[in-house]
Write a protein that binds this ligand. Sequence first.
Ligand code: GRF
Length: 195
Amino acid sequence: MTKPAAKPRVAILISGDGSNMVALIEASRAADCPYEVVLVLSNNPDAGGLAKAAALGVPALVLDHRPHGKDRQAHERLIDAALREAGAEYVALAGYMRVLTPLLVEAWAGRMLNIHPALLPKYPGLNTHQRALDAGDAEAGCTVHLVTAGVDEGPILGQARVAVLPGDTAATLAARVKAEEHRLYPAALARLVAG
Ligand code: GRF
């Protein structure tokens, strides 16, 4: 019997809960999914996603940024080494709350993607749902994009939309958008690695 061809190897960077990370890992378990997740890496030792990754059988590593103070590149050099050590070919940011320097962005250009909870180019940055409500938008959503030097700026790989409903708060809107994030991200990643 011939062994099935190896799938492109993906690492996921998180800082928090890791619900998108879970969605990416769970989707990867389908036989026809074109990627596998080989590493979860967090800058935050208290990230809830770390235990979830371990429970799903994916190696989870902490590289705390704090010992490096203002030297972001020293921290990123360690991340880059860990990604290469794991044999990662793609990097998915999933609630990774550090702004990247050109060191990582350039090393992984075209192979690093991010999910953002707004319909980019609208609302880069934080508090996206409240900003959509304050603007009276009729719809909100999420975007998967390639990571480039500008924060939340790279080429868009996919978007999902939800209607803003009467009575929505930032929390209720965030929850509906999150459900879409969990569908969009695995699909967009699968398309990217499949070329
Ligand atoms: C998501 O809303 C994502 O769009 C943003 O950060 C959040 C991460 O949530 N970049 P989780 O950790 O995946 O639950």
